[in-house]
Design a protein around this ligand. Sequence first.
Ligand SMILES: Cc1cc2nc3c(=O)[nH]c(=O)nc-3n(C[C@H](O)[C@H](O)[C@H](O)COP(=O)(O)OP(=O)(O)OC[C@H]3O[C@@H](n4cnc5c(N)ncnc54)[C@H](O)[C@@H]3O)c2cc1C
Length: 389
Amino acid sequence: MATEDIIYDVIVVGAGIEGSATAYQLAKRGQSTLLLEQFPLPHCRGSSHGQTRITRRAYPQAIYSAMMGQSFDEWAILEKESGEKLYRNCGTLVVSPPPMLGLVERGLKVNKAPYRSLTVPELKSEFPNITLPDDYVALYDYQGGILHADKSLIAFQDQFKKYGGTLRDGEQVNDVIPGDIVTLKTTTGNLFKGRNIILALGPYTNNLLAKTGLQLPLKPIRVPVLYWKEKVAGMYSSDKFPCYIDRTGSEGVSIYGLPALEYPGLVKMCLHDGPVVDPNKREVADVSWVRDRMMKYVAQTFPWLDPVPAIEETCIYTNSPDTHLFLDRHPKYENIIIAAGFSGHGFKLAPLVGKILSDLVQGKTPEYDMDWFKISRFDKGGENPSSKL
Ligand SMILES: Cc1cc2nc3c(=O)[nH]c(=O)nc-3n(C[C@H](O)[C@H](O)[C@H](O)COP(=O)(O)OP(=O)(O)OC[C@H]3O[C@@H](n4cnc5c(N)ncnc54)[C@H](O)[C@@H]3O)c2cc1C
């Protein structure tokens, strides 16, 4: 049968973690679903590759702490269905000068997430491998830990196929023809038809959205993923060092790290920032300033790490102006739904993103306040939901 003779209930474009989690959820709900990916899988040209991501309940916006409660449950379901260990519970330590942690603590409290506060003397005695300024405080998020990223992506895609979904990689969608039945054209010359379309395109979002007359305020940024060698083996293993977030680490920008796990004796520690790039030409960006800031931070804060990165990899964030997601219908075309702007924190939320987008497809009202994620929130005169903290 020619590809255009099949009409799918839903076509999801983009097999990163958000598109894969959504396709999985839709197939599980009995929707005939096609998942299209431009690159042969697996690939490292988007945002979802690599071995690990941090997960946590600790967020300065209570809505995300609440969403993460449900997301943890969904991760557990995926682990069970796939038989793969995807989550390692080593805790997440969030550190900062005191005023910055008030909102995080409130979100944890309101959502009954298990945590405890630590003063600097407590921090110093429990984590002698971290040196922080004396005016710092910390919160320890007990549910925090590590998600095995590559394994998670494969688990979603495999389970999607088990539920009857069709995955086609090497199919770049280059045109969208709206209608009650939307037609997608790909660079291989194929046509695909669906009653609903979900675009989960990561840093490439605006390239395809242009075909629908829409552009979102998104900035793809290149983030160097830096690994630092332990001076003494085991000083930062997961029994001595949890996942780590310094909310004001370098010139007010967050720094995050994970225990030595992916590469023996190497700790992943990165700046939550980088230069704006075209995702197709990411190599040309200058990231030396990121490396320099991180070398200074590591030298000051982690006395048992060699302050020169041993390995550098590349990933891309797709930042929205307020760092919140876009999970919404296309303003002109009801049956085209967009998931974008994950701003460097979307991995842990993916199972729930999949549920929310599937609800939108099925005409159900998601449980969460969707005003946070509306495309129109930046329209002139509109109230930005960040003000509803
Ligand atoms: C270094 C780094 C560290 C991070 N750490 C964390 C963390 O600790 N915790 C956390 O929760 N999150 C973290 N994140 C963020 C998280 O990884 C991202 O939010 C998430 O991976 C975004 O997934 P996505 O599916 O939106 O994008 P992507 O993974 O980029 O997927 C989009 C896909 O769409 C495909 N595509 C695009 N255009 C087309 C087209 N026209 N046709 C077909 N296919 C197309 C792309 O090829 C790509 O595969 C981190 C990100 C980075 C880069």
